[in-house]
Design a binder for this molecule. Structure first.
Ligand code: F0G
Length: 435
């Protein structure tokens, strides 16, 4: 088995050693991806092996990423891997959310069950493994919150120095405190995500920093396993649709690559369609997808949304994401702040919960079913990307009727749930609860 880095651009496809520290193609500037030679053993036999590993106590088998190591073979035999038992996230049936979305049935793949509470852990165990393999001592990322929380944890567990760049004032507290607790050097910058990422890409090399943003192709390899694990959990029955939120579009790229590779290897027989959902105030990919000219991203200078995780106006992975959505015959939708907030409360009422960006999925489903794009009887898996406790301020404001959209307009608490102040008196409480 050989592994290389390849330029993603069709007209270039230049190849580079897997150990080269590059984030873009040195020849044409295109995005990079990991590519592998054809496997020596039959992929069909892997399914049994992966199932058996679920019974094993080996941390590499318990990890929902490294359990599928045959599909991400970029490391060498003696590489060190740090696992915090990422992945192995559940598929959760959600009848109430299905009804709200207009579907007969809906299943959530909940990445919020990860060790740091988001899907970033699937990718980070790989990004940090590559940093270790390269002998790098310092890793960094620019983040809307979850990448930084994840990187801080994995870097500390691996004994690496972690440097985090955050858009000042635009990150949920649950995420910021994780970075601090896990011991990362945390720099809040007075600029938005896109501006800071452009800066950090310039200064990474002179500062000896290994970047683990989603332009890092090894992060993408790890996130592929979200789709592999989902297929394994479904006994390899392909869903009709996979719905996910879109921000920097790393996950869209990873899911598409995973599904295409599984199809190529004969692990699945057809591609599910990808539906990527963006917040209205941060929807450059939606604009691109619906534009007659798909060669240039109409980036959003000042992206806005309370779903801060996806507050991104210039997503770096858009060429890969566009390829994947097109290859899967997928769609891109956008949803309003009100739609996200209500969908989120409905997911909460299922006993599941998630952070705002994740709820864009259900809001998008609601719209796409109403438009007839997704059929009511379709087999749909929506990916909830982050844990409910990531952004408690948002939740409290919504339920107490105090949530305001970035433009200052009031968000209605259509599914609000007030807490009541009651006296410590039996009679009053009886009256209250009997009515
Ligand atoms: N959902 C959550 C909870 C996220 O944290 C992110 C991205 C996304 C969705 C969008 O995923 O970027 O792959 O399209 N968060 C990044 C971060 C940008 O810095 O934590 P994407």
């Amino acid at each position: 088995m050989t592994a290389e880095l390849a330029c993603f651009e069709e007209r270039c496809r230049a190849r580079f050693p897997i150990t080269e520290v590059i984030y873009n193609c040195p020849r044409c500037g295109g995005l990079l991806e990991a590519v592998y030679s054809a496997p020596e053993t039959s992929p069909a036999a892997w399914k049994t092996r992966w199932r058996e590993r679920r019974m094993s106590n080996d941390p590499m088998d318990q990890s929902g990423v490294w359990r599928y190591r045959e599909l991400i073979p970029f490391l060498s035999g003696d590489s060190r891997v740090v696992s915090l038992r990422e992945g192995s996230t559940p598929l959760l049936e959600a009848p109430r959310a299905a009804r709200y979305g207009g579907l007969d049935r809906l299943v959530f793949k909940h990445q919020g069950y990860n060790p740091t509470g988001s899907f970033k852990d699937n990718g980070m165990t790989c990004g940090v493994a590559q940093a270790l393999r390269l002998g790098r001592r310092r890793v960094a990322c620019v983040s809307t919150g979850n990448t930084s929380a994840s990187m801080a944890a994995y870097a500390s567990a691996a004994g690496l120095q972690a440097v985090i760049f955050l858009p000042h004032g635009n990150i949920a507290h649950g995420k910021l405190v994780q970075a601090l607790e896990y011991g990362a050097r945390t720099l809040q910058v007075d600029a938005n995500f896109d501006q800071i990422l452009a800066l950090v890409r310039r200064i990474a090399e002179p500062l000896g920093i290994y970047l683990v943003n989603s332009i890092n192709p090894f992060r993408i390899e790890g996130q592929k396993t979200i789709m592999v694990e989902m297929m394994d959990q479904r006994d390899w029955r392909e869903p009709d649709w996979v719905v996910l939120p879109g921000g920097n579009l790393g996950n869209t790229s990873a899911f598409g690559k995973a599904l295409r590779e599984m199809l190529q290897l004969g692990l699945i027989r057809r591609l599910p369609r990808l539906a990527v959902i963006q917040a209205e105030g941060s929807a450059p990919f939606y604009e691109l997808f619906h534009s007659p000219d798909r060669s240039r991203l109409p980036r959003v200078e000042h992206p806005q949304t309370l779903a801060t995780a996806i507050r991104i106006g210039d997503p770096v992975s858009w060429p890969k994401a566009l390829h994947e959505v097109t290859a899967s015959n997928g769609v891109v939708e956008r949803v309003s702040e009100q739609e996200i907030a209500d969908a989120k409360a409905v997911i909460g009422q299922c006993g599941i919960g998630c952070e705002p960006a994740s709820a864009a999925t259900l809001a998008g489903i609601h719209k796409l079913v109403a438009a007839g794009t997704i059929r009511a009887d379709a087999d749909v898996v929506a990916v909830l990307t982050g844990n409910v406790l990531k952004d408690p301020d948002y939740i409290y404001r919504y339920h107490s009727g105090e949530l305001k959209a970035p433009d200052g307009s009031q968000i209605m608490a259509n599914f609000g749930n007030h807490s009541l102040l009651v006296p410590c008196e039996e009679s009053q409480i009886r009256i209250l609860l009997n009515n």
